[in-house]
Design a protein around this ligand. Sequence first.
Ligand code: FES
Ligand code: FES
Length: 157
Amino acid sequence: MRVTITVNGEQRVADDVWAGESLLYVLRERLGLPGSKNACEQGECGSCTVYLDGVTCCACLVAAGQADGRSVDTVEGLSHHAGEGELHPVQQAFVETGAVQCGFCTPGLLVATHDLLARDPDPDDSEIREALAGNLCRCTGYEKIIEAVHLAARRMR
Ligand code: FES
Ligand code: FES
């Protein structure tokens, strides 16, 4: 089947999509957007977090056909909005605080943090932990991630 999705503001078409294919697969393998990571493919880790019509979800759990005609924003879209060659303040904060180690969890955390700060510009530690509870990181112990969210929040306020 053909699937048409507005991805990061641009209409994209994927052909020959099979019924069981996930949105994550379409983004990574058909549309050349490997930012969203495939770490568990079961909705457990959050590394594939994207916006679907403005609401965050795990792209591995969305069938490609379900996304047809809808709008998807991925981690790649964050830097588009930041301007050519620049990082979004959330991305910059993760880099500066050392919140990125292996990087597998990072794209999902960036999208989830972007979503949190759009709703709450000054979250406290427990609100950050709750908002990012669906995003698992094996490397950092989360302290640096929380520091990154506070830094991004300060800069974006
Ligand atoms: S790859 Fe989608 S939640 Fe883990
Ligand atoms: S940096 Fe490795 S899983 Fe988070």
